[in-house]
Structure formats: C-alpha cells, structure tokens
Design a protein around this ligand. Sequence first.
Ligand code: ATP
Ligand code: MG
Length: 425
Amino acid sequence: MAKIACQHLIPILGSPLKYSFCKTHFLQLRNSTGNANLIDRPVFRRRFSSSSTISMSLKAGIVGLPNVGKSTLFNAVVENGKAQAANFPFCTIEPNVGIVAVPDPRLQVLSDLSKSQRIVPASIEFVDIAGLVKGASHGEGLGNKFLSHIREVDSILQVVRCFEDNDIVHVNGKVDPKSDIDIINLELIFSDLDQIEKRIEKLKKGKAKDSQSKLKEEAEKSALEQIRQALMDGKPARAVTLTDFEKESIKNLCLLSMKPVIYVANVAESDLAEPNDNPHVKEVTKLASDLQSGLVTISAQVESELTELPIGERVEYLKSLGVNESGLGNLIRATYGLLGLRTYFTSGEKETKAWTILAGMTAPQAAGIIHSDFEKGFIRAETVAYDDFVAAGSFAAAREKGLLRSEGKSYVVQEGDVMLFRFNV
Ligand SMILES: Nc1ncnc2c1ncn2[C@@H]1O[C@H](COP(=O)(O)OP(=O)(O)OP(=O)(O)O)[C@@H](O)[C@H]1O
Ligand SMILES: [Mg+2]
C-alpha cells in the first residue's frame, strides 16, 4: 500500500457515542445554507476539478492550544485559504471558514460511465478557531466567545503539537500532548457543566403543561443528571450512554464534550516517514483510543508547503520526506466518517453528484435532500449499489441484468447507492 503523509484511525462508525447534531446544523445540511450565522468572514474553497462545484456541508472545527498549527492546517486543507498563520499565540482571533470537497474516486468512475458534463462532490466546512487556554471557560485568554464558536460546529479536530522546535513558542513552555489534551477537555467540560447547571435551574422553575411535555422534561432531567455526573468525574458527555429519547431531549444544548473528536497529531517533517517513532505521537494515539476518538497524524507545515508547490513538484517533495501521498485526503475522509455521514449518488448526462445524508436515513428523506418536493411526492427509488452500477455500466443495463431494485418509503439508503427518484408533485 502506498505510504501516505498521514495515518488515521477512524472511530467505529455507528457507535452511539459519536454523533451529535444540533438542529440548526441538520437544517443546514438539508437547506445548504452555507456558513449560516457563524461568522461574517470570507468562505474559502478547495478546488476539486475545473468543472466542479460543491453542494451542502457540515462543520468541523479546528481547535487546540494557541500556536499549535491550526491555521497552518486550515490553509493546507482549504487549498486557497488565507488564514494568517504565524509564530505567536492568539494569531487567529476571528474564525476562518472554508468549504472542502470530499475526495471520492467513485465520482469519476460514475461520471465516465454516464458521460456526465460535470462532477459535484460532497463537502465539509472547516472552521479555524482561535486558540483555547486554561481558564477559557472562565474568561481567560480569548475567553468564552471562542467556546461559543466551538458550540456551532458538528465535530472537533483537535490539533495537538507533537513537533519539537525551540523557535516556535509553546504557551505552556514545553511540548506535552497529554497536558494539552487535558487542558482543552477540561475547558469543554467546565463550559458544559456551566450550561447544564443553568438548564437544570430553569427546568426546576418551569412547569410542563401536558403529559407529553412532562415526559420530555423527565427525559431531559435524567440525561442532564447523568451527564453532570460524568463531567464531574472528568469524562466527556459523549461517554454517557443515553436512550434515543434522552439524546433528543438535550440536542438543542449542543454540548461541547458531546461532539465527536479526531485528534490531529501535528508532527515535524522529519517524523513523517515513521511517525510512530515519535513518543508524543504514541501518547496521542493511546489517549485517542482511551477517549474513544479518532486519530490522524499529519505535518501541517508540510501540507501547507505542498499547496505552494506546482502539482508536478509535489510528489518529488513528498518522496524526499519518505512518503508517497499527501495526508489531506485521509483527514477529510476521516472527518466525513466521524460526522456519521453517508453518500449516495445521482448520475446522468448532466452531472454525477455525491449527496450527503446521515446514516439511517430512508429513501424519502434522502430524496428530500435534493428537493423537498421529492420527499413530499415520493413514490419509489430506483436503486442500484455502486459496484453493481459499475459492473453493468448504466441504469438501463443494471435493469436488464436485474440489479436495479425498486425501493419504497421504508428503505434505508446504503452507502454508495446510485439512485433515481420517482415522485409526484
Ligand atoms: N508541523 C509543524 N512543524 C513545524 N512548525 C509548524 C508545524 N505546524 C505549524 N508550525 C508553525 O507553528 C507556528 C504556529 O502556527 P499557526 O499560526 O498555524 O498556529 P495556530 O494554532 O493557528 O495559532 P493561534 O492559536 O495563535 O491562531 C507557525 O510558525 C507554523 O509555521
Ligand atoms: Mg491560528
């Protein structure tokens, strides 16, 4: 297998611990409203191919201590990103937002078979957030405002400094991934505790009107109590096993420590070929596994330098570092997986397009991502698995070979389904 400038360990998909979607973000997915109310800043886009445009997206927030390489990583992922990255803490104050296409080789295959005029990949929004310091939840550093930026993202990429360089300031004086991870986790936990206390107080005052609201309130109280206990024990909210009803009842709180996390071990270029020889990386790997989170090892510096080079020279540069491929594709795919997202395709002469859905969505819900009329008037979905489509070569050929299925309202869309919706308006 080709050696790449990144390793990743994606947490098990489908784990109930992993996914928390705020209502607003879910609506955003459905309505593709861009970067909504988060920040009034330019949105950068990563190029995919000259004929591509990008559709809907969910947000991944890049967080970490100050000066660990967050903006450097952002500029590399969002290829033409212009976030200021420099060797001083709190270089970033206002978040930078960029939309990134999710690389998926299946798109080109489908497009070639269907002779499509263009390809539209799925996308994720990356948000480069200011550095957090100890005491942020009590207003230290840049304070609470920045925790609120984290509240608005769907998942967290926590950049952990694993490179030694005396010229680059570490806010706590030395490279120490465990301490860095603990600091961030504690700040998220303190902020959640604060929110939970306030909510519990509010619930005590309010009176539920009917039995349905009473049930809801009971579920919420129970969830809040369980999470409060976990937080007091230093555990994140995502470590608590809740019933679906309880999960639903606290969704609007958008708890920070409920969000799924990928730790991004940021290594020096000299460590890229054998990252596991770096003891800091070993430590982050262990912590990521203990915290039921994902891990990606990458050199933000190398990735950002790569984007400055002409495409032809990139492979040479990577080879000189002992790797064959950039690690960004894996990072983006790992993030997409972490968000609990699935892809289905539509493919025809006009375009081949990747549509993003949540795991478990039914055919009408998936159709509703394209247009609400498709969901309202849904009749059936002609569906063929990606591999079967490729083997047959087209919808028509798949039908002839009996590979095309006519699925109804209760069908749960599978990863890689190629679909054609029949609907009434
Ligand atoms: N893998 C790496 N190896 C060496 N230097 C790096 C690496 N990653 C980032 N740096 C350097 O670290 C410095 C800080 O980077 P950057 O501005 O991206 O940090 P940041 O986390 O965004 O900081 P802030 O919180 O202040 O916004 C820059 O000088 C950058 O070049
Ligand atoms: Mg920055």
